[in-house]
Design a binder for this molecule. Sequence first.
Ligand code: THU
Length: 132
Amino acid sequence: MNNPDPKLQNAIEKAQQVTENAYVPYSNYAVGAALVSTDGTIFTGCNVENASFPATICAERAALVKAISEGVREFDLIVVATRDGGSPCGICRQMLYEFAPTMRVVTVDAQNEIHLDTTLDKLLPHGFDSLP
Ligand code: THU
């Protein structure tokens, strides 16, 4: 891959690397996420499955909770790496929307091919952002 955007390039590499840590004995579908804060820090996450299937956490939310736990709440970009360039699930879209509704979202496959390069508000129009 020859990507002229170094910030994106770096995040793609981090997302690819962290797929190696995915714990996926049930689906065998590894996901890696690299969430980039507005100050340029990268928080990575992978999916972690569980024998109680609904307890599974997605890569995007794993990265998000790491960042929030470290006191970081503003984000520019998330890169999601999978074997086929799959896009973030609805729960992850909503979780990310809380903090960065207009952030850039990029998905890549195992060959570093970009499948999606969009913004979160396009992936989740009218996301929920208020309680009555
Ligand atoms: N998964 C993610 O990590 N992120 C998504 O946005 C979609 C799905 C994980 C959950 C599960 O471990 C595997 O992919 C198959 O659904």
